[in-house]
Design a protein around this ligand. Structure first.
Ligand code: AMP
Length: 395
């Protein structure tokens, strides 16, 4: 048996899971928040008990130290040598990485170069990798990329119709994100469909605070809605998704703001928050809509229409679909969103079992036997994917 840590480091947070492999048992799970602050929050759940402490955690290295000490104190491990590998979520792998890799000095240099494409994410991921390397020098460090699964897209799917040298010089193209999640739920759906993987056509709908769809043919991503950055595609909690790019300079001029302020509007003040003027949380939107709030209703309708439109588009790209899969916070939990999206797709012969659609928290088939496309709800598990890829190198 081998213990593997799956890590997701943000600029001020560190999410982790310790798994036993190959049994896939989750031993412990936790989160460090507000790294860099005097009142940082450290939490760890073990044997059904959650412990939370508030203390100064001034950098990621301190966060890792605290986590490792907690693993010893709670007797989750007898020695650090038991942790054979640490798998890190890395947001951007560019065109360089189409699968997970062992982190070497060379790889770290590449990740630093790629920080230019993901300035909000890759530097934090690198900080996390270095903090664990310092404390666990003998564990195999593996980078698992959000972009990797989408590297199978063909040029006609990933290229923007822009001046070609912008792609050649700067790598301006569609990369796509949430790849680990799309791959996980697509693989689960392939299992559930019970037909040869190479014959399957699946549309995966990952809708949480961020959101994206992928068209998956024979287990490979052929298109996805996020783009050069995670701002493109469907409407999200606070992100706009697709808009006419000419809107950006127009708003900058009208509001008298610079590029950073304009980007902030599209990333932080748009989506469900922006349209509803209420909240980025779908639960709040649905409650408000149900009590007659018109703007919340507009936000809900925009949100579901944009998802349905992309499903229609991917149905064409895939030349049909065996299954549509809903996952992530909204996809797994919101029956009204699933119902509204599917209600817009009756033309595809999709028929939802209303009773099954009300359930949650488990893998579900929510379409009727008559439905021309199967509709699944599959809880995502990016940590398990990270642990599996890491374990493959440890072995
Ligand atoms: P995630 O980013 O995958 O963690 O998803 C977080 C989002 O899921 C929240 O912001 C909510 O909008 C949404 N969510 C979670 N539970 C529910 C629920 N029961 N109904 C509707 N939306 C939900």
């Amino acid at each position: 048996m081998t213990k593997i840590l799956a890590v997701n480091a943000g600029s001020s947070s560190l999410k982790y899971q310790l798994l036993e492999m190959p049994s896939q048992e989750v031993i412990t799970i936790g989160l460090v928040e507000r790294i860099g602050f005097e009142d940082a929050i450290f939490n760890i759940s073990f044997n059904g008990k959650k412990t939370e402490t508030i203390q100064p955690i001034l950098n990621h290295s301190v966060a890792v130290q605290l986590l490792l000490e907690a693993l010893l104190d709670l007797k989750i491990v007898a020695s650090y040598e038991e942790i054979a590998g640490v798998g890190h979520r890395v947001v951007h792998g560019g065109e360089k990485f189409s699968k997970s890799v062992v982190v070497t000095d060379e790889v770290l240099k590449e990740l630093e170069v790629l920080s230019e494409l993901a300035p909000l994410h890759n530097p934090a991921n690198i900080t996390g990798i270095k903090a664990f390397q310092e404390k666990l020098p003998n564990a195999v460090a593996v980078a698992v990329f959000d972009t990797a699964f989408h590297q199978t897209m063909e040029k006609d799917a990933y290229l923007y119709p822009l001046r070609y040298d912008l792609y050649e010089k700067f790598g301006v193209r569609k990369y796509g994100f949430h790849g680990t999640s799309h791959q996980y739920v697509a693989e689960r759906a392939i299992d559930m469909l019970g037909k040869p993987a190479e014959d399957t056509k699946i549309i995966t709908v990952h809708i949480g605070n961020g959101g994206s769809l992928a068209a998956v043919k024979g287990g490979r991503s052929i298109d996805t809605t996020m783009g050069f950055t995670p701002l493109a595609g469907i409407m999200m909690g606070t992100r706009s998704g697709d808009v006419d790019p000419a809107v950006i300079p127009f708003i900058m001029e009208k509001e008298g703001i610079d590029v950073a302020a304009a980007v902030n509007i599209f990333n932080k003040e748009s989506g469900l928050t922006g349209v509803s003027g209420l909240s980025s949380d779908m639960r709040d939107i649905i409650n408000a809509k149900d009590s007659g709030n018109e703007q919340a209703k507009t936000a809900f309708n925009l949100f579901t229409k944009r998802i349905a439109d992309y499903i229609g588009s991917y149905y064409i790209s895939l030349e049909g679909a065996d299954a549509i899969v809903f996952t992530a916070g909204i996809g797994e939990n919101s029956a009204p969103v699933r119902e509204a999206v599917m209600g817009r797709l009756k033309i595809l012969g999709i028929d939802i079992n209303q009773e099954a659609n009300q359930k949650r928290g488990e893998e579900l088939l929510i379409s009727t036997p008559e439905s021309k496309v199967k509709v699944f709800v599959i809880p995502t598990n990016e940590e398990l994917m990270i642990a599996k890829d890491t374990y493959a190198f440890v072995k």
